[in-house]
Design a protein around this ligand. Structure first.
Ligand code: TXA
Ligand code: MG
Length: 352
């Protein structure tokens, strides 16, 4: 299959853009189109077309018990697919939509069954990226869209990442440049009281609590061994091919511990990589030192994270040490992704 590539100038009049119209037509015909959102690139298909939804799972190599997020252009369409919106859901939607928040809501049973993987609930979000919104509006569809990566790879934050993973397997890619947030949307189950955070993401736990007060954290997020309630959280995710370790701790101690571990890996003949912020980059010696954002702007760490993780596969790093962070604000999401990439190999020099 030939994969079309449409370069989109995000400043243009997108609602009448020929490429977006073409992409919307493809979606209506049951085809697969990747598009940028403010978080990561999504792989879209009509959420009411069972064959189109099945082809998403096939293109990604995704386990079929992992439900998809339905993307809508605006709240008007919500009632067509969702039975009711609890009070906490209304408050969160009003404050954070359009934006990087997914609400788990009870569905009406009229979406393609594979979208929800047989659950009585559906994840819904209204993205804020102009290309995503124009595509959703033009298609007139609810669009099921997981991140547009091969299952198990980091989510794509550039169209090039999508091409690497899915060229020849999907019908087209709308290229709107690099995404902004860099980690996926925050997933919150609002069918229960108090609401439960299932996946940390672009909207922080602190921001959620400011709007609805108490928010519980799914025990599966804290305790790797328990079975998490968001089915997607149980799979090996975001993993580079090399063996990765995350080292937390403050300043000197963190730098020294990381360099020690890397030196050891070098002695055992491994090609090594280090993932660190700008502040410490000049302090390290390894085959590849990949810089990811700056500590003075935690949002830049989230934004650059997945491209940095992909870099280690591009160069062929066999052993990787990554700087960890205190899990506050968006860095809570970053630590969640890092610890998954490292399959739980997180070291705290203060404790270990
Ligand atoms: O930022 C994002 O959310 C991106 C962009 C493209 O919108 N999408 C994304 O989709 O990250 P995906 O499929 O990679 O992740 C969806 C997550 C999975 O962890 C899945 O298990 C969870 O949402 N999820 C979806 N529906 C659910 C439901 N009914 N109950 C619990 N978790 C659900
Ligand atoms: Mg994903």
């Amino acid at each position: 299959m030939e994969t079309k590539h449409w370069q989109i100038d995000v400043e243009a009049d997108l609602n009448h853009h020929p490429a977006i119209r073409e992409a919307a037509t493809l979606l209506r015909e049951g085809r697969l189109v990747a598009f940028p959102t403010e978080t990561v690139y999504g792989l879209g298909a009509s959420a009411t077309d069972p064959e189109a939804v099945a082809s998403i799972y096939k293109a990604k190599g995704r386990p079929s018990d992992n439900p998809l997020i339905v993307h809508l252009a605006d709240e008007q369409g919500l009632k067509d697919w969702v039975r009711e919106i609890p009070e906490s859901g209304c408050l969160l939607a009003r404050r954070f939509w359009p934006g990087p928040l997914t609400l788990i809501l009870p569905h009406r049973g009229n979406l393609a069954p594979q979208v929800t993987a047989g659950l009585p609930t559906v994840g819904v979000r209204i993205p804020s990226h102009p290309v995503a919104l124009a595509l959703l509006k033009n298609s007139g569809l609810p669009v099921a869209a997981p991140s547009a990566n091969r299952s198990g790879k980091p989510s794509p934050t550039e169209a090039g990442h999508v091409r690497t993973d899915l060229a020849g397997r999907i019908d087209g890619i709308l290229d709107g440049g690099a995404t902004g947030v860099g980690v996926e949307s925050t997933v919150v189950d609002v069918t229960v009281t108090p609401p439960v955070l299932l996946r940390p993401g672009g909207i922080t736990l602190e921001m959620l609590r400011e709007v609805v007060g108490e928010v519980r954290v799914d025990p599966g997020l804290q305790e790797e061994r328990k079975s998490p309630r968001s089915p997607g959280m149980k799979y090996r995710h975001y993993a580079p091919r090399g063996e990765m370790w995350v080292i937390t701790g403050e300043g000197e101690e963190q730098v020294n511990r990381i360099q020690q571990m890397v030196d050891e890996a070098v002695r055992s003949g491994k090609k090594t990589g280090i993932l660190c912020t700008e502040e410490h980059a000049s302090r390290y010696r390894a085959d590849w030192v990949v810089v990811c954002g700056t500590r003075s702007r935690p949002d830049t760490i989230a934004r650059e994270l997945y491209a940095a993780l992909r870099r280690f596969d591009e160069v062929g790093a066999q052993w990787i040490a990554a700087e960890g962070f205190p899990p506050r604000g968006v860095l809570y999401s970053v630590m969640n992704r890092l610890s998954k990439a490292a399959e739980g190999r997180v070291i705290d020099p203060d404790r270990d």
